[in-house]
Design a protein around this ligand. Structure first.
Ligand code: SF4
Length: 484
């Protein structure tokens, strides 16, 4: 197929791997309402998911099992009006922003999940993707379970509820459920009197603890704690279960933890997903991106007049490239921040393009100059092609593209929407081929060996770049499995 036709057909598809989800929980030991803090915490995590969102709260002094929950499709500020938030009264709560990697994007699949069972009520928010969810779900269905959603998070909720029937506490039930589920998960669970956080033993997705006065928080990213004025207490360790209650404060269960060298944090959190003002397991995301840019400058140098980043995630790496190379850093694009993920995409025949709606080039900055343009990744190549052409149209003399991740060669099974191999531009293509296809003067990727260095030696997952996964992937692509 002609490449340009291929690009045209793909233009309206997401050009970046989808962020997975964001989770946020709060427990005010003084009995104050937590829904405003959850709302603002989630707002800081909106970049992790823009399809649906929800907040569930409960009053620990009120009737046991009464949970108030609002969830719907859309952004936080579309779903939650001041009136709706005002009605969500409770001193313990959990919230979620969603991007679907398993289960379709529908209202029924929005989180948090609220489960009423014989021992009470559970609220659950999940970030990640299980690799054995279809099998577990079938097992549960054969024993009479009826599922309300098509998401793997409900499998987790069911397992916790079942285990709770034979254990003395919710946290023990969570530990038992963790023995069954496999894959990526950062969980926040609200029981009638406890807030529980759990991270899978490999630590794919981040989770941290914060505190403000007598209120404790659990959050996907530290930037959410900053937003609500909470201090960072610590990260939840991979495999750890933390139980937060007024009686005991923070209690840690490390029985599911594995040796640190076996951890497998998603390296793409550092490269693209997380906000640069977040720290994950002691590593600043900003610093990680600066390092990636510096390594690109060392490994793929080129003479040029200006280094620019594709906003937002290419900006830090561009600054790193500039610092290392001495080539001035500048701005070449103006981003329209008001274009949501679900904006009305121009039709194929229309003169507008999705990329142009989102980005415009600063002609004055690039005309007559040799530009190094840094982006965090190339998935299908659609956007890179468009942006390179936009820079040329604006008068750039040369356009050299540098990418702050290695080429995507494999899909992800752990909660990132990296598509099937056939849709990845780097599948069966050399960097030279790709460079030609996107119309750049040169192209350089971050070397795979540099991934360890950008996270300063923390054990990571790099499966989508190498095909070597920390957990054996399922035999087939399980995304959307439950709809079949
Ligand atoms: S396969 Fe890639 S995107 Fe998925 S968890 Fe591993 S590093 Fe992250």
């Amino acid at each position: 197929m002609d490449w340009q036709c291929e690009l045209d057909g793909l233009e309206d598809r997401p050009y970046k791997p989808g962020e997975e989800c964001g989770v946020f929980g709060a427990y005010d030991f003084d009995g104050g309402d937590v829904s405003p803090s959850i709302y603002y915490g989630l707002l800081a995590l909106q970049h992790r998911g823009q399809e649906s969102c929800g907040i569930a709260v409960s009053d620990t002094a009120g009737p046991k099992g009464k949970v108030l929950c609002t969830k719907d499709m859309g952004l936080l500020n579309e779903v939650f009006t001041p009136d709706i938030l005002e009605k969500l009264k409770g001193d313990i709560g959990v919230g979620h922003v969603r991007y679907s990697t398993a289960g379709s994007s529908t209202r029924e699949n929005a989180q948090p999940l609220v489960l009423n069972y014989v021992k009470g009520t559970l609220g659950l928010a999940h970030n990640g993707n299980l690799i054995n969810a279809p099998k577990l779900r079938r097992e549960l269905e054969y024993t009479g379970a009826i599922f309300q959603t098509t998401i793997d998070s409900e499998v987790i909720a069911y397992h916790i509820a079942r285990q709770r029937l034979n254990t003395g506490s919710v946290e023990e039930a969570v530990a038992k459920a963790m023995g069954k589920i496999k894959g990526a998960y950062s969980l926040i669970i609200m029981s009638p009197r406890k807030l529980i956080g759990a991270r899978d033993p490999l630590g794919f997705r981040p989770l941290c603890i914060g505190k403000r006065d007598n209120t404790y928080f659990l959050a996907s990213e530290t930037c959410a704690l900053d937003t609500i004025g909470a201090e960072f207490v610590r990260d939840v360790s991979p495999g750890e279960i933390v139980t937060i209650s007024p009686e005991k404060g923070i209690v840690s269960d490390t029985s599911m933890c594995i040796p640190a060298k076996e951890h497998a944090r998603c390296v793409f959190e550092y490269i693209y997903f997380a906000r640069p003002d977040t720290c994950i397991d002691g590593m600043s995301v900003y610093h990680s991106r600066i390092l990636a840019g510096k390594f690109l400058a060392m490994d793929s140098p080129v003479e040029a007049d200006l280094v620019v980043g594709v906003p937002e995630s290419g900006n830090c790496a561009a600054l790193g490239y500039s610092l290392e190379s001495g080539i001035p850093y500048g701005q070449a694009f103006v981003k329209n921040s008001y274009v949501g993920r679900t904006f009305i995409k121009p039709g194929q025949k229309s003169r507008e393009s999705s990329v142009r709606v989102k980005l415009n080039v600063l002609r004055e900055a690039v005309a007559g100059r040799r530009i190094i343009m840094i982006d965090d990744s190339i998935v299908r190549g659609t956007t890179s092609d468009r942006i390179v052409h936009m820079l040329r149209e604006a008068g750039a003399k040369e356009v050299h593209m540098r990418v702050s991740s290695p080429p995507f060669l494999w899909p992800c099974y752990f909660g990132t929407d990296v598509p099937a191999r056939e849709q990845l531009i780097a599948y069966h293509r050399s960097a030279e081929d790709i460079c030609q296809l996107i119309g750049a003067d040169s192209l350089g990727y971050l070397r795979v060996e540099r991934l360890d260095e950008i996270v300063e030696g923390r054990p990571i997952c790099r499966g989508c770049f190498t095909g070597k996964y920390p957990l054996a992937p399922p035999m087939e692509d399980i995304r959307g499995e439950f709809e079949s």
